[in-house]
Structures are given as C-alpha cells and as structure tokens.
Design a protein around this ligand. Structure first.
Ligand SMILES: [Zn+2]
Length: 246
C-alpha cells in the first residue's frame, strides 16, 4: 500500500548501500520514517529533498505497521534554507533534532506540524532572527509537552502583578510576593511580559535576540535547559550551534 503525506523532513541517517533512513513529521503531527534507496546516485531526483526542515510530499510503501517502510517518492515543496546563512542552517538542524525527539510514531499531534511549518516559514522570511525563532519553538514545544504552566498568575499564591521569581516543577511560576528568593537567583524583572510576547505572537513575530534584555536571556536559558533535560540531555545539533556561533 502506498500512502502520500505532506510532511517536513527531520533527519536522514545513512543506511546500507547508499541509502538513508529518513524521518518525517507528517501534517497530522506524527513521526514517520522509511528507507530511501539509491539517494547517492547522481540521477537521484530526491537528493535535495532530504534536507532537514524541507517541506515535502512524501510517499511511503509498506504494510500499515511494517517495521520499516520504503520511501518511494519525495518532492520538495518549500525550503526554509537561505543559502550561505550559517545561523539559519544551524538552527534548522536544531529544530529538526528537537522535533525528531518529540514526535512519536503512532501518535498524532497536529500542533507539532503547525509549529514546525510556521518556524520554517519564519526562518525563510527572517533568517537573521534564527536564534529568536529557535527560542520561540522551544517555548511552544514545552507547552505541547505539557511542561509549561501558564505565567499569568502565580502558581503558589495567585498573584497576577508581582514579578515571577522562579519556575518550580510542582507549582509552576512563583512570584516574588510569596516566594523569598535570593536576589542573585531570582529571575530578572520582565519575564512575564516576555512570556506574553512569545504566547501572543506568531513565529514571524518571534522576539529578536536582544543582548540587553535580561528577562529574555534568563527565560530562554531556563526553558532551553528544561526542554533539553526532558529530551535526555544536550543534542548534537545544539553543540554544533554553540561551537560555531560563540
Ligand atoms: Zn505568588
């Protein structure tokens, strides 16, 4: 049986005899993977179609629950790649890596596809904001995983005015009115406002990285650490990103 999906390419891993095992995020938000053969042949028309984050139409051949399906066709519909733009390419690899870990075979979550395709289009439109778009994606992935409490009111006392002091595993965001925190460990002022910008804006409006914005820096670091911890530790694509850009 052949099934065709709109999908986003996640990762291609070399496989026997010049082939690759390629994973995809389908439009329904399910992770699917299959073997593509002969991709190293110069005539192969799909070589470029396996670039991470490429939006494709892909056809799989194989039984419904077959261990490994075969990719019979893969056509590139949209590429977020900006040639020669290093930061944007590295962030595309990070996003593909993240979604490859989060998406599951046999589990549909169409929020994942909407988020990743929105980030791809935002990257194409604003490659210079690649790091801002990465932070935006990390925030919404945590939300999809159910790990990000709403920041509007303090999870401990319900206060909706006092600045947020820290994020706790059991009570969510806690505010300075009820939670005494050493000033050197408390989150800087403005975290709630920054979170609101992430929640209410589209990927194209993802806040740009502003080195003078301490709330943005602290929130980004906090959410990134939480997400990577949830996914089992540092990802290789992230290591490459930091080594290259810093
Ligand atoms: Zn409170």
């Amino acid at each position: 049986m052949i099934r065709t999906h709109a999908a986003i390419v996640l990762k291609a891993t070399p496989y026997a005899e010049g082939g690759a095992v390629v994973s995809f995020l389908t439009e329904h938000g399910e992770r699917l993977s299959g073997v593509a053969r002969g991709i190293k042949k110069p005539t192969a028309k799909w070589v470029a179609a396996f670039e991470p984050m490429g939006m494709v139409r892909v056809s799989f051949f194989g039984k419904e629950h077959a261990e490994l399906k075969r990719v019979t066709r893969c056509e590139l519909a949209f590429s977020p790649l900006t040639l020669g733009h290093l930061a944007s390419s590295l962030v595309m690899a990070c996003l593909a890596d993240l979604f490859d870990r989060v998406a599951r075979e046999g589990v549909e979550d169409d929020r994942l596809y909407r988020l990743l395709s929105a980030c791809g289009r935002a990257l194409k439109a604003h490659p210079d904001n690649a790091l801002g778009i990465l932070a935006y994606a990390e925030h919404w992935l945590l939300h999809c995983l159910g790990l990000l409490p709403h920041p509007r009111v303090c999870g401990r006392c319900g206060n909706d005015q006092a600045p947020l002091a820290l994020l706790t595993p059991d009570q969510g965001w806690c505010c300075t009115a009820c939670t005494p925190v050493d000033p050197t460990e408390a989150l800087p002022a403005g975290v709630r406002e920054y979170l609101r910008r992430l929640r209410t804006g589209s990927a194209e409006e993802a806040p740009w990285l502003d080195p003078s914005d301490q709330a943005q820096a602290a929130t980004t670091a906090l959410l990134r650490a939480l997400l990577l911890q949830e996914l089992g530790g540092e990802l290789r694509s992230y290591a490459v990103l930091w080594q290259t850009l810093w």
